[in-house]
Design a protein around this ligand. Sequence first.
Ligand code: G6P
Length: 372
Amino acid sequence: SMAEKGGYDYFMLKEIAEQPKAVADTLLGRIDASGSLTLDEVRIGASELREMDKVVIVACGTAFHAGLIAKYAIEHWTRIPCEVELASEFRYRDPILDPRTLVIAISQSGETMDTLMALRHAREQGSKVLAICNTNGSTIPRESDAVLYTHAGPEVAVASTKAFLTQLVACYLVALYLGQVRGTKWGDEIQAVVRELSRSSQDVERVLDTMEPVRALARSLAHKGTVLFLGRHVGYPVALEGALKLKELAYMHAEGFAAGELKHGPIALIEEDLPVVVVVPSPRGRSVLHDKIVSNIQEIRARGARTIVIAEEGDETVVPYADHLIRIPATPTLLQPLVATVPLQVFACELATARGNEVDQPRNLAKSVTVE
Ligand code: G6P
């Protein structure tokens, strides 16, 4: 009913709107006033965490994309090697696991069979498993050594939105916590990140306030067959997530690419008026990535692409090459997915509506897949 949906037409719209609260709730009580992480709930001891020499993340679908982003944060902030693998592929290749491997299983529902089988396999090899999960008492946290709950609240729409943002928050918290217990130098960069993370729900709120042009753009593209998504660094998994949302909801052909890989094949797909969404990294920080992606935008536009550019406020270099410009607040590079994903969710949801699709219950999909 309308009441259950909080006055929105679809659960997905409600859940997109709930993201600032979901992010704030997931942060609540986990960062203290001095900027230290207080993850007492992670019942894997500090001494054990100090011994870990590898992190392996397993997940499916949208949760897998959160894992891909986590790898950048974990490796950059802790210098521990981190692999990310689709849970359905994991155990069948006889992965190298031992008691010094920390396995992180990410799952909204906590019931995904592929992820459950991957974590069972990891525990059989003696690895410790930390679940990042949104559903209290579900199977995956029950079978794990420890759990960090995301506090997104119940997610009803099949396509994951607020759960994804809170999975990112949980991954950042775990990465920072690992850095803290292992004595990673708590430099200015990390302090700035903790500060920004603490106020990220306001950034998400600001993005949500500016989504009307994104909805109008989506409606104007409802007749299109294909949309491509480009990004690099953490923008690459964001591009993958943008493409997945469009497949799930709009039933359109959508693909995400690493922008640097464009020249090795995908650029052959570019044709007149093809919509290409580009996630632009911050011009501050790793500015070399920014400049490279700006040349990618020029290249595809010269070949006729209709460029839809997601760029930080104040980044003027992209303006001449953007047929459509979507602004997001400035954030530290690694946190950008928290704001960059939101327009892509809104875009896919509106396209689905414009195409007359069932937004909350897309064809052929299930909210939680309990078969392998
Ligand atoms: C299903 C859903 C996806 C979800 C995936 C993983 O395929 O349709 O939206 O991302 O499962 O779900 P989980 O509950 O493990 O996060």
